[in-house]
Design a protein around this ligand. Structure first.
Ligand code: SF4
Length: 405
């Protein structure tokens, strides 16, 4: 397995297992569930759609994240399509190309669907010649001659894509991509603010959720992108953390929202959709329980009340020291750049919140060897002082070293 594959987060072996995001049972039998008996056209039409910034594309507000076994879940893809979930997201790194292959099989089997799907794929930052090669391979796996949007995957600084602008223009002219952008789960606000003034970014997928959305800098960044016509989609909207909140706190939240007619997970989606600048939420939905619960949430027009929002804010505040907010520049600077602290935190999130130990270990193995070897030996006192979430960084790095090495 090459380094890129590891960094992208999943091995082929790990990909084949169904991704365990936890909580699927809570999604079953939910109030407001989808009526599977309604005619197909009516079901698809019931999915709300929003304009993706200046691209003008109308996309479903619920987007299918492809970080699961798409090859062996073709019926799930079909059901997502039937329910109007027509923004599909994948990446070269998801299953080392297997996710793209699964989408490709679907398009081969149902060629008439391709024109109705807003298809996104993502590649890690590379020189333009490598990107061209990777894009061609991706298109082949996807069994299509274009993607609607191509994203550089997981940038932490806008300068990482500075050399790609000309390449993006060329690919647009060649008809291989319609729109260009990036995804980011690190230093998101800075990346968005830089994109907003760049004049050449069409769309961004970024970490955005009920924990982050009320921070003034995040609000400024989202507004700036909206003003610049950049189409925004969010991911990691459930905001699971490195430390699991105690079950009592989570259970109370669930009970309160069930009284309102939806689950806490659906409430977290609603909180994001309430910002009209977010065109869609990209969600990993590896089984029908997740898909139907999220589709029900998207179709349900009930808005959150002031009390609902306060409950989410209180929950975010009470559990903040268990969630890494992705502001990696702060802690990395504090440790002299020796350890990508927030990347290690992300591995812990895969381990704890997703419950996917193999993926956590694979991503961890892709981090620089020097960083991994000194993980439990560094002095994190400055980083802990600077961390706005108050995370116990030293303890968590020691845990990561023990659990993931
Ligand atoms: S550990 Fe703290 S400072 Fe570092 S990225 Fe996470 S929240 Fe930010």
């Amino acid at each position: 397995m090459d380094q890129t594959t590891k960094q992208n987060g999943l091995t082929r072996r790990g990909f084949i297992r169904t991704v365990g995001f936890g909580g699927a049972a809570a999604a079953l039998g939910i109030p407001g569930g989808v009526d599977a008996q309604a005619p197909a056209a009516a079901q698809a039409a019931a999915m709300p759609r929003r304009k993706l910034g200046k691209t003008g594309a109308e996309v479903s507000i619920l987007c299918l994240g492809g970080m699961f076994d798409t090859i062996n879940n073709q019926l799930l893809l079909r059901q997502a399509y039937n329910w109007g979930v027509t923004y599909w997201d994948t990446a070269e790194g998801y299953g080392n190309g297997l996710s793209e292959e699964g989408f490709g099989r679907f398009f081969t089997r149902y060629p008439e669907t391709r024109k109705n799907i807003f298809l996104v794929t993502k590649f890690r930052t590379s020189p333009p010649d490598k990107l061209s090669e990777a894009l061609d391979k991706g298109l082949k796996r996807l069994c299509t001659d274009y993607v609607d949007a191509f994203f550089t995957h997981g940038i932490s600084d806008f300068s990482q894509i500075a050399g790609v602008r000309g390449w993006a223009e060329q690919m647009k002219k060649a008809g291989k991509i319609k729109w260009f952008g990036f995804s980011t789960h690190t230093n998101m606000e800075d990346c968005l603010l830089a994109a907003a003034t760049s004049g050449w970014i069409d769309s961004i997928m970024f970490t955005y959720n009920f924990r982050l959305m009320n921070a003034p800098k995040m609000k400024e960044a989202v507004d700036a992108c909206a003003q610049a016509g950049i189409g925004l989609t969010s991911f990691k909207t459930q905001a699971g953390g490195q430390v699991k909140p105690d079950s009592e706190t989570e259970f109370k939240l669930l009970q309160k929202f069930l009284d309102r007619g939806f689950t806490d997970k659906q409430a977290k989606l609603k909180a994001v959709w309430e910002n009209p600048h977010i065109a869609g939420i990209c969600s990993q939905m590896p089984n029908l329980a997740y898909l139907s619960a999220n589709v029900a949430a998207a179709r349900d027009l009930t808005t959150l009340s002031e009390t609902d929002r306060e409950m989410l804010e209180r929950f975010a505040h009470e559990t903040r020291s268990g969630y890494c907010a992705g502001c990696g520049r702060i802690c990395q600077t504090a440790v002299g750049g020796k350890v990508p602290v927030n990347d290690v935190m992300r591995c812990l999130m895969y381990y704890r919140d997703y419950g996917d130990r193999e993926m956590a270990r694979d991503v961890f193995a892709g981090l620089p060897a020097a960083a991994r070897s000194q993980l439990s030996e560094l002095d994190y006192s400055k980083a802990e002082k600077a961390c706005p979430q108050g995370l116990a960084i030293a303890d968590l790095m020691a845990e990561a070293s023990r659990l993931l090495a």
